[in-house]
Design a protein around this ligand. Structure first.
Ligand SMILES: *[C@@H]1O[C@H](CO)[C@@H](O)[C@H](O)[C@H]1NC(C)=O
Ligand SMILES: *[C@@H]1O[C@H](CO)[C@@H](O)[C@H](O)[C@H]1NC(C)=O
Ligand SMILES: *[C@@H]1O[C@H](CO)[C@@H](O)[C@H](O)[C@H]1NC(C)=O
Ligand SMILES: *[C@@H]1O[C@H](CO)[C@@H](O)[C@H](O)[C@H]1NC(C)=O
Ligand SMILES: *[C@@H]1O[C@H](CO)[C@@H](O)[C@H](O)[C@H]1NC(C)=O
Ligand SMILES: *[C@@H]1O[C@H](CO)[C@@H](O)[C@H](O)[C@H]1NC(C)=O
Ligand SMILES: *[C@@H]1O[C@H](CO)[C@@H](O)[C@H](O)[C@H]1NC(C)=O
Length: 492
């Protein structure tokens, strides 16, 4: 056959001709076969059978990724096992995963560390396809009764992401630190782990899901350990208007100026979808589909060394806003967004300026709508304080958001009809890192639509979006004010 062989040759030559300054990454959004909690506990054999069903699907994705020239493929958190299980029921799924320093290729030497069928298989898949392969499952570690933290059953269980290199060698192991409420099957490691590995295309680091909201290890991997690319395995509940997966994860790559290979599981009834290859140069490609339960492989080429690219000067996030002398008086009211009590003002005209302050944070907006519709309202909101029901992290947010009505602003919506000709948003942030987000109707991104200026403005480009605007946000994280700032003292 003529056509396929040409395609394969192109794929080969692309792969060979890559300089180390660029590489091809793949992330796979997987629809997992979850264990049935009502049937638990299962035997080790039954547990392995379920995990193998998932790994069969992941393997197909890895083979496709390798055929398309990918150097690395990332698969999601909870893609293989352990979702929503109790501590007792998770046990048969776990393996003892050794420290990568042992220098082990499970595919060649499967019995060196006891029973390890999952590690063996993952290692063989990496080796067979000559690709870096990141996957997530569960690690168990015996502990001693003399250790006062040791659980009564005598084990620590960890939510764990592992990476095998193209020879099948275990090169990285990371235990999730920030467990999301409701992961009682797992333990928190003693301290945040810094898990990195070097490749011919840059230095990689790992963190998992909820870790992305915190300073350590997520931020420190980039700022203190010079990681270029993050492997981000996640099982992310989309939370509009600020924390939908592709929205916040792409903003993290932009705010941190690092590559983020973000791989989410896919389950529409849990509102889990949204994976992508995000870099400061390009927020995508990505996958988001909330209508069909289908997996998807995202592949893209990206720069290996984003952090030393010369076009980057640090953004002074408060610079522009702090020069504004007097806030324009606007009529304000209070409304909750994601349980936080925002100060808001309505954008009553088709174009103009608005300003709103909450505590020290003042947010300024210039905007122009293509038309002012009567069936939806847009508000500018400001909030500085601890976030959410658990008050575990400190945020500073300037948000331009669509509401169905002023009364229902606290109920997030994923569609909008108003297109904007231009917008420019700035705030008097104390946060050193601010995550810029622009989200379009239907939960879509368009990186061509906006830019971040060095003075801290998030501004539209002179291109009119074909899609209506859902929200424009500057999401500051003042990590220094987090209650868990003991994480910070480890480094300073
Ligand atoms: C790896 O490839 C070999 C040879 O093609 C095959 O026999 C083996 O089953 C493969 N293993 C895995 C885990 O894919
Ligand atoms: C438990 O403690 C004993 C005695 O201190 C030690 O020999 C053993 O290695 C410890 N086991 C583990 C799993 O740490
Ligand atoms: C999605 O998750 C729910 C809740 O765990 C589960 O019952 C359902 O089977 C999952 N859907 C798919 C398509 O896997
Ligand atoms: C989701 O996928 C289905 C089937 O491929 C497609 O028809 C639909 O348009 C997609 N939806 C979105 C939001 O991309
Ligand atoms: C970035 O830094 C790496 C390692 O220090 C170096 O090998 C590479 O050539 C640099 N790339 C650019 C574009 O400066
Ligand atoms: C928000 O805060 C204001 C001022 O502290 C208070 O009066 C108001 O009741 C709060 N609103 C909500 C919705 O909690
Ligand atoms: C909006 O425009 C006015 C007038 O040109 C300017 O003074 C103000 O700084 C602008 N604000 C933003 C956030 O761009």
């Amino acid at each position: 056959m003529f056509l396929p062989s040409i395609l394969i040759c192109i794929a080969c030559s692309i792969r060979l001709s890559y300089s180390l300054d660029k590489f091809v990454a793949a992330v796979y959004e997987h629809v997992p076969f979850f264990p049935d909690p009502s049937r638990a506990p299962v035997t080790q054999k039954e547990a392995l059978a379920l995990m193998n069903r998932n790994i069969d699907v992941l393997e197909t994705a890895v083979i496709t990724a390798a055929q398309k020239g990918a150097h690395i493929v990332v698969t999601p958190e909870y893609a293989i096992c352990c979702f929503d299980l109790s501590r007792e029921n998770v046990f048969p799924y776990l393996e003892d995963i050794p420290d990568p320093a042992v220098n082990w290729i499970p595919c060649n030497d499967p019995h060196r560390f006891g029973r390890a069928p999952v590690q063996r298989r993952l290692s063989c898949i990496a080796k067979n396809n000559s690709i870096y392969f990141a996957a997530n499952f569960g690690d168990k570690k015996c502990c001693n009764a003399s250790d006062s933290h040791c659980p009564p059953d005598g084990y620590y269980f960890y939510d764990t992401t592992v990476v095998f290199d193209p020879e099948g060698k275990l090169v990285a192991r990371y235990h999730k630190y920030h467990l999301f409420f409701g992961e009682p099957q797992f333990n928190v490691p003693e301290k945040p782990e810094i898990s990195t590995f070097d490749t011919p295309f840059g230095k990689f680091g790992i963190f998992i899901c909820y870790d992305i909201l915190f300073y350590n290890p997520a931020v420190t991997l980039v700022t203190h350990h010079n990681v270029d690319t993050i492997i981000f395995t996640t099982a992310w509940y989309n939370t509009l208007p600020h924390y939908s997966a592709i929205q916040f994860h792409s903003a993290w790559a932009l705010g941190m100026r690092a590559n983020l290979l973000s791989s989410n599981i896919h389950n529409i009834s849990l509102d889990m979808t949204g994976s992508g290859i995000f870099s400061p140069d390009n927020l995508g490609p990505y996958y988001y589909n909330n209508t069909v339960n289908e997996g998807y492989l995202v592949i893209s080429e990206l720069n290996s060394y984003t952090r030393n690219s010369s076009k980057w000067a640090p953004v002074q996030w408060q610079e522009y806003a702090s020069q504004i002398k007097k806030p324009i008086p606007s009529k304000v009211f209070r409304r909750k967004l994601l349980l936080d009590n925002y100060t808001m003002t309505e954008l009553t005209d088709a174009q103009g300026c608005a300003a709103v302050c909450h505590h020290h944070l003042c947010c300024y907006l210039n905007y122009s709508m293509l038309e002012k519709r009567s069936d939806e309202v847009y508000v500018l909101g400001a909030y500085a304080g601890y976030h959410g029901p658990h008050q575990v992290f400190y945020i500073e947010v300037c948000t331009l958001v669509k509401c169905t009505s002023l009364e229902t602003c606290h109920i997030a919506t994923d569609t909008a009809y108003t297109k904007f000709e231009s917008f420019s948003l700035a705030g008097t942030f104390q946060s050193t890192i601010v995550y810029p987000e622009v989200l379009l109707s239907g939960v879509q991104l368009d990186p061509e639509l906006f830019k971040v200026l060095k003075d801290g403005r998030l501004a539209s480009r002179p291109k009119i979006s074909s899609k209506a605007l859902l929200s424009v946000n500057l999401l500051g994280r003042n990590y220094m004010k987090d209650p868990t700032s003991l994480n910070l003292s480890i480094l300073s």
